[in-house]
Design a protein around this ligand. Sequence first.
Ligand SMILES: [Cu+2]
Length: 148
Amino acid sequence: MKRLTILFALCLTMALPAHAGGDLTRQTPNVVEVNLGSETGEMVFQPSKLEFETGKLYRLVLINNSPHPHYFSSVGLARSVFTRKAQTYAPNGDRTAEIKGQIQEIEVFPGHRAEWWFVPVQTGEFNDLVCSVSGHEEAGMAGSVNIY
Ligand SMILES: [Cu+2]
């Protein structure tokens, strides 16, 4: 009887995969919010160190409550993820666009918001997060992305 129980437990363990299969883009998303600049005009990403895990769906929310337009640009991140979609939102909260296909970088205008839905598929450490508006990286808009 004891032997049968062990055998049953073993079969159960083998039946459960380490990673869930199926459509990885249809998981409940993990929400990560990043502020581009600050309300007082500081040139910062808050937070500036981002971490993602392969195989999980993320909804990366890029919020610009600053007086300037800002970019979110990380070539390393862009090349390491499968993008489900991107969406943009006006200051009043109305959704204004949904974009499909590969994303390289996103510019968000003052008072606006953008969301990038993706599943990281490759690991890597990238110190290449920047805002590509002239002078903003030098003023402090730089950060890193770690995909594990
Ligand atoms: Cu900027």
